[in-house]
Design a protein around this ligand. Structure first.
Ligand code: NAI
Ligand code: MG
Length: 481
């Protein structure tokens, strides 16, 4: 790992922030400060954008697609070679269980493999036009892309946004989250060693209100990719609008898992549990509402309660079902939802256990199932971003659709039913970016386009759709008469 305060990477070189200002980094499992990162701000963002601009107009702009792809694929292999080291860093920095950190790193490597392979397959098009004309549509990179990402999946988010941006020929300035970015710093070192040219990838650590705001309002970026809270998403979009910069926003959800009376319940139960406890509920696509048909509600909730009661939370190294949440702020936020629910008389149906190895200073919340919850209650409407699952009964298909679509969000949904026609009807009516039938894909599927409706954001990441976002169509009309 690079030296404590030298966590800013611009034009191929590591440096400290002006005045060597730093930010302490906590270990969520213990609550102790175990590292520092540089507190970059406007001067560092300016320098990073300048370097990215020069690389776009220079070395990266003149690198053939096949060579860009090879570099990214090689980085994917290098990440796989360093998988265990990266997983250890990620688990300590975020608090997530080691097994999840390991699968996150495998996914990060896979992003580079996937987009490395895709770089030279971004074909253009031709269009039949008037006699004597030839028309070509070529896809060009947008230019300098700004990336602002959250703390819940730092390594995966690095893969998801940086691999796609670079594959399409853009250069990047990344502002990772101040709460957790150590895996990203190591990944950046690996990118350097792989030979990604100076200026193509630049990383500025710092606070959102400082480095993040400087990046999103910069007048020399061409594109913005943001994942985080809807509130900051609004600020990002406003800043982007001032400079006419297009943006992709991924802002979380309140995703439903819908269980019909004809569902294969034994198949559904473990998936429904893991969709909410994965990463301690801190997943944008967490399945945080379970909608259950009234005819099986009592029986189903009793079976679900048994499984939630058996969930164990503890320090990342204990490798249990859940770790701590990311910070004291996040723990208090989640606990606030639970306290208000109690005050409102909502029943706690089940609660997981806190392992005895969990240090007192760590940021732990017990995984909790509550219900039935009124659909107007904040627990049924707002993103908790913790291991909190709310149960809501419904009467029939129309009622399920009404409740499922009845929040400001629209990210993903799961439908459990053995009836094929119903599966299709539901998939068509749900206002979400991904629908899973008899399954749930929180966070998974590098190949699968992903993104929201409504307050969950707009634009698509993952798969080839992401490459469309990171490029722009240029129409070339040739008169050959
Ligand atoms: P956040 O939206 O503040 O942070 C996300 C990123 O935006 C970080 O890199 C942060 O430094 C940056 N940022 C913050 N303020 C900024 C600003 N004014 N200008 C530019 N960049 C800025 O999210 P936070 O505070 O970490 O979490 C709050 C809530 O947001 C969570 O409880 C959760 O509900 C939601 N969230 C959703 C995520 C998702 O994956 N959809 C990820 C993280 C949080
Ligand atoms: Mg914030």
């Amino acid at each position: 790992m690079c030296a404590d305060v030298n966590t800013i990477y611009i034009n191929g070189k590591w440096s400290a922030a002006q005045g060597a200002a730093t930010i302490p980094v906590n270990e969520p499992s213990t609550g102790e400060v175990f590292a520092h990162i540089s507190r970059g701000g406007k001067p560092e963002i300016d320098a990073a954008v300048k370097a990215a601009r020069a690389a776009f107009e220079g070395v990266w702009g003149s690198t053939a697609a096949v060579d860009r792809g090879r570099l990214l694929s090689r980085l994917g292999l290098k990440i796989a070679e360093h998988a265990e080291e990266l997983a250890q860093i990620e688990a300590r920095d975020t608090g997530k269980a080691l097994k999840l950190a390991r699968s996150d790193i495998a996914a990060t490597a896979r992003y580079f493999e996937y987009y490395g392979g895709a770089a030279d397959k971004l074909h253009g098009d031709t269009i039949p036009f008037l006699e004597g004309y030839q028309v070509m549509i070529v896809r060009e990179p947008r230019g300098v892309a700004g990336h602002i990402i959250p703390w819940n999946y730092p390594a995966q988010m690095f893969g998801r946004t940086i691999a796609a941006a670079l594959a399409a020929g853009n250069t990047a300035v990344l502002k990772p989250a101040e709460e957790a970015c150590l895996s990203i710093l190591r990944l950046t070192e690996l990118a350097h060693e792989t030979g990604i040219p100076a200026g193509v990838l630049n990383v500025v650590t710092g606070y959102g209100e400082e480095a993040g705001a400087a990046l999103s309002s910069h007048d020399d970026i061409d594109f913005l990719s943001f994942t985080g809270s809807p509130e900051v998403g609004t600020l990002i979009q406003k800043a982007a609008a001032d400079n006419h910069v297009p943006c992709v926003l991924e802002l979380g959800g309140k995703s439903p898992q819908i269980v019909f009376e004809d569902a294969d319940v034994e198949k559904a139960l473990p998936v429904i549990v893991s969709a909410i406890i994965q990463n301690t509920g801190q997943t944008c696509s967490a399945g945080s509402r379970v909608l259950v048909q009234r005819s099986i509600y009592e029986e189903f909730i009793a079976a679900l309660a048994k499984r939630i009661n058996a969930v164990q939370a503890g320090p990342h190294g204990a490798d249990l079902d859940c770790g701590p949440v990311i910070s004291a702020v996040q723990r208090d936020r989640v606990q606030g939802f639970l306290d208000r629910a109690q005050a409102d008389g909502i029943q706690v149906v089940a609660q997981g256990k806190l392992d005895s190895r969990a240090p007192a200073g760590g940021y732990y919340v017990r995984p909790t199932l509550l219900g039935p919850v009124d659909i107007a209650h904040e627990l049924a409407q707002d993103e908790v971003f913790g291991p909190v699952l709310v149960a809501i009964p419904f009467d029939d298909e129309n009622d399920a659709v009404r409740i499922a679509n009845g929040t400001d969000f629209g990210l993903i949904a799961g439908v459990w039913s053995e009836n094929g026609a119903r599966q299709i009807r539901m998939a068509k009516k749900l206002r979400v970016g991904q629908v899973y039938i008899n399954g749930y894909g929180a966070g998974g599927g590098i190949e699968l386009p992903f993104g929201g409706f409504k307050r969950s954001g707009h634009g698509r990441e993952k798969g080839f759709e992401a490459l469309k976002e990171y490029t722009v169509a240029k129409t070339i009309v040739i008169n050959h008469k």
